[in-house]
Write a protein that binds this ligand. Sequence first.
Ligand SMILES: *Cc1c(COP(=O)(O)O)cnc(C)c1O
Length: 385
Amino acid sequence: MRENHLPYATQWIEEDDIDTVVDVLRGAYLTTGPTIEAFERAVAECVGAPYAVAFSSGTAALHAAMLAAGIGPGDEVITTPMTFAATSNAVLYAGGVPVFADIRPDTYNIDVADVERKITPRTKALLPVDYTGQPADLGPLRELADQHRLILIEDAAHALGATYRGQRVGSIADMTIFSFHPVKHITTGEGGMVTTHHEDLAERLRLIRSHGIVRDPAKWHEHEGPWYYEMHDLGYNYRMTDIQAALGLSQLKKLDRFIALRKKYADMYNATFADNDALIVPYQSPDGSSSWHLYVLRLRLEALSITRREIYEALIRENIGVHVHYIPVYWHPYYAGLGYRRGLCPEAERHYKAIITLPLFPKMTERDVGDVIDAVERIVRWGKR
Ligand SMILES: *Cc1c(COP(=O)(O)O)cnc(C)c1O
């Protein structure tokens, strides 16, 4: 058994990351300076999108994307329940109505056929999530969005560096949201980004990020003097700092290395668990290439005499940091209070009951992976029918 606790995810900060941040701390701009623009350009280039707008968090980026898309009271946005609550919360912030479509039984991404069934005259946007880093069915979703004149907004908080049919995530949907929380592929402490190929959306996102204040004199209603500026919309302070952007710039250079390590460790898990008839390894669609944010192992509960909870607790006792991604969002009491009922998305609920997230992060070692494999195999062997 391991002597020290292995987390399910954590950041990897190296000396060069620290030096980059310190340089900004010694400079003139802590916020709204040139490092923000440099980080935005670097992310835009990395994902193949012409525009990128940085935010104080992925959640702020999601909220801003909803507002930029014009989501307002009564507008329906179709999303998945197999996600972090921030996804559908953003719809609620804007006054919209999250409509949950069920997931596919193989990739656990949103099921396009169910999305189609849930479209109504009030539907305004589709909000898929690239669950665990595997891109959602962006081709069929794009077709559906075009057919019904909907905006396609992709929550790619798990999928920086992933590709769909050879195209990079971040260059496909109308707006794509990334998060730089420490458990994600690269970190800025807290932080987020929206990428888009629409110039008008990028401009609206920048307005929303900073109080709705317009700096371009050509767009002003009046011009009172050199101190003058105008506020045209009710925006927010959702700005990222240059301190965070510096960390992001430095981290972004390591993205390929980080993803290669994530893939290597996921392959090690897959190679062992694929032969175990009590376990279901994550199916990978040939349409996409995952950037492996999470390794979600599914249990074949009917082949086991012990529960998911017993396996989970046994792994914790072995110092293996496990987690569950996710509790179906509409199960939360807040959503129940809004009228969402259990049973709404049976496939997502079945999935939730049988999953355990295993540690997966670039800073772990092959030995750590071996410890996880050893503990899982032992506990499952003991719990088999
Ligand atoms: C992490 C995450 C978010 C929120 O990002 P923050 O930067 O933590 O605000 C949103 N959606 C999903 C799917 C996430 O995993």
